[in-house]
Design a protein around this ligand. Sequence first.
Ligand code: NAP
Length: 255
Amino acid sequence: MGRLHDKTALVTGASRGIGRAIALRLARDGAVVAVNYATNEAAAKETVALIEAAGGRAFAAQAQLGAPGSVAGLLAAVEAGLVELTGSRTLDVLVNNAAATGFAGAGPDAVTEDIIDNCYLVNAKAPFFLIQQALALIPDGGRVINISSGVTHSTFPQQIAYAMSKGALEQITLHLAPVLAARGITVNTVAPGVTDNGDPVFDNPEAVERMAALSVFNRVGEVAEVADIVAFVASADARWMTGAFVDATGGTLLS
Ligand code: NAP
């Protein structure tokens, strides 16, 4: 029996990349998984199909986080899906994985108010209110996991807006952990480094070589490697860890 047997999880941004891998892994551990996506319904359905093919249970839940009303809409869809599949509205694990990332190259001189607003909306404001409103569904002993990035502990001026918003996300972890400890709910940050999420850049050998050099293992990460770390944080084995910054960068922050 998997270590998340009888548990449920919501993974935001689970149609592709790291979020999909987290959804697959939590489902493999026994959780019923709500697979959130923004626009790519086909990819979300594929995540659900992959989970079901492996014997797990999941459903897709659309919400463009950052848009007005999106948090309430997502939670309504998640609650309905959970009731349908489990007969209960309990949500044991919330993984805030979805992020605004599509502005690579916007160095300090090129950052606009729109870029900053979008980063903060999706990467910090949406996770905050998702946690706040999901707490009605999360039982004592639940898990909140915020997916940040190694950029908060290193210097990448080309990603300054993204890094600022991920820093804000980590503050959510830090300041909610003591509040939610009263209910045995842990709140942790997991920070990936460069991870092959299927983006075409990972088909470019020179780019991959440059990115690989950032890790002490001299390679880029696989999405399953981040998901395995998230699965540990989601499990009962991690019950004595809260407010933590969990490094999933393949040693990138050592150099
Ligand atoms: P990705 O492959 O680009 O996938 C993004 C996922 O998020 C998709 O499922 C997308 O849904 C969804 N999404 C995007 N905007 C959304 C929104 N506003 N509301 C709801 N869903 C939204 O991303 P990734 O590389 O796997 O990254 C996953 C997480 O890891 C992010 O928090 C990212 O910051 C972090 N991270 C990634 C890396 C890396 O190298 N990959 C490194 C450090 C940190 P659709 O399919 O519908 O568009």
